[in-house]
Design a protein around this ligand. Structure first.
Ligand SMILES: C[S@@+](CC[C@H](N)C(=O)[O-])C[C@H]1O[C@@H](n2cnc3c(N)ncnc32)[C@H](O)[C@@H]1O
Length: 265
């Protein structure tokens, strides 16, 4: 074998070794030790996925929409977005009563308003669940949370807890909530896999998620919304189901927005 032949031979060997290594079956993960204590099980995203797989999927997730919340942190954001989010021209503002009627809120329920914005829905939900109930008003923007505090103080609502949430987690205790309400928030979640995994744990088993967000229909939806909202109803339903929620129903109520109900098994 000449020099060139010898070099080719060794490169070939190295390639085969590398491919063999990559293709080798991975060792099964060791079973996690259990204490025997009655701890809530970690619900995997799909029945066949182990908690280890879910944890790594969640940890490796990249932002699906970098920068979507940046404007909310600017100095003028509170004034600007109070006007935008509470504008009468917004379908969910104009139809607020119908939206809340359709949820079926009852006195005594514990509700999380996820991505509460300036608290437009929080205070109405708080009135409907009454003093035996409670509302966790969760957002990631400190100035919005301050506005919610002012609002609940002004309205003398004593059953609202304002919660600084995180980009990947609700910041609420496991199994602490009967119903999670997400209005126009899902498309602002940058890490939906991690966030929905966390939200699933936040709901009590049998608890409900009501998710309202923009329809995304070519030819019907405005180009601004088509550009701003990354995913339509089908994609969102798939992602939420993938996180372990069970699709329950769709309520045909709104024109520009869809209204979905999921549950935690
Ligand atoms: C379009 S606003 C909707 C506000 C409110 N739900 C409403 O309909 O008036 C979206 C909200 O989601 C919040 N948000 C974005 N990512 C979030 C996260 N990871 N956790 C909680 N809130 C988040 C934003 O700060 C913003 O207030």
């Amino acid at each position: 074998m000449n020099l060139l032949g010898l070099r080719t031979f060794w490169i070939g060997c190295a390639l085969i070794a590398a491919l063999g290594c990559a293709a080798a079956p991975t060792e099964p993960a060791p079973a996690t030790a259990t204490s025997g204590a009655e701890e809530p099980p970690d619900v995997p995203a799909k029945a066949e996925e182990t908690p280890d797989v879910v944890a790594s999927l969640v940890a490796d997730e990249r932002s699906v929409r970098p920068g979507i919340n940046t404007a909310y942190f600017r100095a003028d954001a509170l004034t600007k977005y109070t006007q935008v989010l509470e504008a009468e021209s917004r379908e969910v503002v104009e139809r607020q009563d119908e939206i809340l009627d359709a949820i079926g809120l009852r006195k005594g329920m514990v509700v999380a308003d996820i991505g509460a914005g300036t608290g437009f829905f929080t205070s109405e939900i708080a009135k409907r669940v009454g003093n035996r109930g409670a509302v966790f008003s969760v957002d990631i923007v400190p100035s919005f949370l301050e506005r919610i505090r002012e609002r609940v103080n002004a309205e003398k609502l004593t059953n609202v807890t304002v919660v600084q949430g995180e980009e990947r987690a609700t910041g609420l205790k496991p199994a602490s909530v009967d119903l999670a309400f997400m209005c126009a928030t899902y498309h602002h979640i940058e890490y939906p896999r991690a966030y929905m995994h966390s939200l699933l744990q936040t709901l009590r088993p049998g608890g409900t998620l009501v998710l309202i967000d923009f329809e995304r229909i070519e030819g019907k939806t405005s180009p601004v919304i088509l550009k701003h909202v990354r995913a339509g109803k089908e994609t969102v339903t798939g992602e939420v189901s993938q996180a372990g929620f069970v699709f329950e129903s769709e309520t045909e109520l709104l024109d520009q927005n869809y209204y979905l109900r999921f549950s935690r098994p």
